[in-house]
Ligand binder design. Structure first.
Ligand SMILES: NC(=O)C1=CN([C@@H]2O[C@H](COP(=O)(O)OP(=O)(O)OC[C@H]3O[C@@H](n4cnc5c(N)ncnc54)[C@H](OP(=O)(O)O)[C@@H]3O)[C@@H](O)[C@H]2O)C=CC1
Ligand SMILES: [Mg+2]
Length: 403
């Protein structure tokens, strides 16, 4: 955040207009966070790509740069080179955890490449540093300059076609500029009263973000939804987009949400879930097109909101259940942290999909308890308290009537 007297919401508006931007970082700040190493020409260009997102606090010191957008920002980035650059920034950290895709291939053959979807609550920087109280996580593990690279590394490692993110509070200065150069089209919907805004030196509100690869999909329709509960507007949001696959010309709806957190709010979450389902019914015209809903539902499978989704007339199934032996049980955890109140191990994150119209071809296995370690998450190895969920989907060949 700039040190000038601009409130976080105004800051967002300024960035959105393209007045403030990642161009503002002086290259003199770079060596402090980047190890000396030899780089080819391509990497040198990337050096500037990543460096420009490293420290937006330089904004107020270089008002002369608040002019035109940098044409370099529009140049594509080679994902391999960005990955190498992230690894160089992270060279003092322990290696990434190995996670494998579990093959869930059904009999249905598919002539088109699968659609890879990533669901991830990436942990808002302001909440991680100022609100979450992760008592076993060293503050150095939360440094944005490095944590950002861990997040990017995870995205680059799995190369999702669609990314559904929650707790994004670095959209305009980091994810939008970098992911757009990797070929993604992004949409951000901040929470109306993000708790990030209460944290000193925050980077603006957190919210949901949805990215898709432009060479694979065409955007047909997009809706930013402020969820209601018992007709009252709430602080929680969703984004729902109808996309058309360029290979197959088939359309589907993809949605991302982050429901109200904390115990005692179960009925509130349930009402928010009903509102989201109603919105999705309208958008898919009663499920005439297949649907994928990703989210941090802040609800265990025992909660009412989960049951609404499982029994909805939209005919949804939860993809990660397919990793269990009987195909009926959710994983034992999708988030695991230690707060002042003690250990918090919960299953809260889901990828719902139209069970008749889509098949899950594979799913990324979760981290084991041993990999997560005794201090749990986030950690030097893993940037968020929530695990990423990644699935490969393909369309079933059945007629639309079976949705
Ligand atoms: N400025 C203003 O006028 C207003 C400000 N607010 C702010 O918004 C907040 C409420 O916003 P709301 O959207 O309802 O927030 P939520 O209750 O949904 O939680 C917000 C975040 O807190 C995290 N969280 C969950 N449990 C805990 C915990 N035990 N300790 C710390 N963090 C936790 C959640 O992460 P996860 O999902 O990963 O569990 C979530 O991202 C208020 O506390 C206030 O700070 C609200 C209204 C007005
Ligand atoms: Mg959180």
């Amino acid at each position: 955040m700039p040190s000038c007297d601009v409130c976080p919401l105004q800051f967002c508006v300024l960035i959105r207009r393209g007045i403030l931007g990642p161009r503002l970082v002086s290259s003199s700040s770079f060596p402090a966070v980047y190890p000396a190493c030899s780089m080819g020409n391509g990497t040198s260009r990337l050096y500037s790509a990543l460096a420009k997102t490293l420290n937006s606090s330089a904004a107020s010191q270089h008002p002369e740069y608040l002019v035109s957008p940098d044409p370099e920002q529009l140049e594509p980035i080679d994902p391999k080179e960005l990955l190498e650059e992230c690894r160089a920034v992270l060279h003092t950290r322990p290696p990434r955890f190995q996670r494998d895709f579990v093959d869930l291939r059904t009999d249905c053959p598919s002539s088109h490449p699968p659609i890879r979807v990533m669901q991830w609550n990436i942990l808002a920087q302001a909440l991680g540093e100022g609100k979450d109280n992760f008592v076993q996580c060293p503050v150095e593990a939360l440094k944005w300059e490095e944590r950002k690279c861990l997040i990017l590394e995870e995205i680059l490692a799995y190369q999702p076609d669609i990314l559904c993110l929650q707790e994004v509070d670095h959209y305009f200065d980091t994810f939008q500029p970098l992911l757009s150069r990797l070929g993604y089209q992004g949409t951000f919907f901040p929470k109306p009263w993000s708790p990030c805004l209460d944290v000193e030196h925050n980077n603006g509100p957190d919210g949901c973000a949805l990215f898709f690869l432009q060479n694979r999909f065409k955007l047909v329709n997009s809706a930013n939804i402020r969820l209601t509960a018992m007709t009252l507007k709430t602080n929680q949001v969703a984004i729902a987009q109808t996309l058309e696959c360029k290979e197959s010309s088939r359309q589907f709806c993809i949605a991302v949400t982050h429901l109200k957190a904390r115990t005692g709010w179960e009925r509130f979450r349930s009402a928010q879930g009903c509102d989201l389902l109603q919105n999705l019914q309208n958008i898919t015209q009663g499920a005439k097109i297949p649907l994928i809903v990703c989210g941090d539902f802040n609800a265990e499978p025992t909660e009412e909101v989960y049951k609404h989704f499982a029994s909805s007339s939209l005919n949804l199934n939860s993809a990660y259940k397919l990793l269990s032996a009987d195909g009926q049980s959710e994983p034992p955890y999708t988030t695991w942290k230690i707060r002042t109140s003690g250990e918090c191990r919960h299953t809260l994150d889901y990828i719902w999909y139209s069970k008749h119209a889509l098949s899950v071809r594979s799913a990324l296995d979760l981290l084991t308890e041993e990999q997560i370690g005794p201090n749990r998450l986030p950690s030097f190895n893993y940037p968020s308290d929530h695990l990423s969920l990644v699935c490969d989907f393909s369309f079933n060949e059945e007629p639309d009537g079976l949705l």
